[in-house]
Design a protein around this ligand. Sequence first.
Ligand code: AHR
Length: 329
Amino acid sequence: MPMARRRAIAVAAAVLLAGSVAACGNSDTGSDGAGDDGKLVLGFSQVGAESGWRTANTVSIQEAAGEAGIELKFDDAQQKQENQIRAIRNYIQQKVDVIAFSPVVESGWDTVLKEAKDAGIPVILTDRAVDSADKSLYKTFLGSDFVKEGRLSGEWLVEEKKAATGDVNIVELQGTTGSAPANDRKKGFGEAIAADPKLKIIASQSGDFTRAGGKQVMEQFLRAHPKIDVLFAHNDDMGLGALEAITAAGKVPGQDITIITIDAVKDGMQALADGKFNFIAECSPLLGPQLMDLAKKVHAGEEVPPRIETEETTFTQEQAKEALPNRKY
Ligand code: AHR
């Protein structure tokens, strides 16, 4: 092959390689410098795209950033803590104005949070909390009360099964192991059902907040336990996956097995309105506008409350039928 042609091929390969390396990272984390056009720059590390809730949360954040005139650097961590830590370090290196993230698990954040603090970059937690003892490592935590969601679910069940005789066998599909919503929803639900000793959790396992996980674990539960009366799923998506397993096992969801989930995304609400789910405790993903407001405040050095709780409700089948036509996500 002539030398010139060989060199042209080598250059093309190098360009391709550089392009694919850049594409391996997520969206904006590779760019240098922040706020060139004077806009506030917010680096956001998202957990992933594991559920309908998460997708709605991402859309809310992206839309709200646009509306607030904030430059958003967005990274999808694919449910891996090491990816979130890497993204946060990139944001520190880029000297963004504010960092926000939704921590995939509760533990293991102190070092990177201290790095952000030392760099003078304020951090906002959204959706999920961390278990750091040093509360000065972040400015505020905006999100739901997950313990309350679990407790409301359990209280509904206690009332629903008040007249039942004999043991009520419950299986539990937990969210991502070590995550705040999995830990807290389990806790709240467990505390509430302790009011009635006939309510018994006979199996509890993680389905990682995904439909595939919910289906697979529910199949195992159904194989191992001939009598399942109730499914408590830590989110709609796992409940929706479990529906497939329940139907395939020849059981009628919502009748043979009472199903309680959390989130109230459109697909979950549809299942509730259709009588396949029995109760949903809402968890709102629409955190974008409040997050942008907080980012502006902390950037301006204003004091913000250390904890801001999202307003939420619960839905029965009848309430889902009413709410469904106006459901935004
Ligand atoms: O942290 C919120 C939880 O994460 C939602 O309930 C679940 O659907 C999501 O994946």
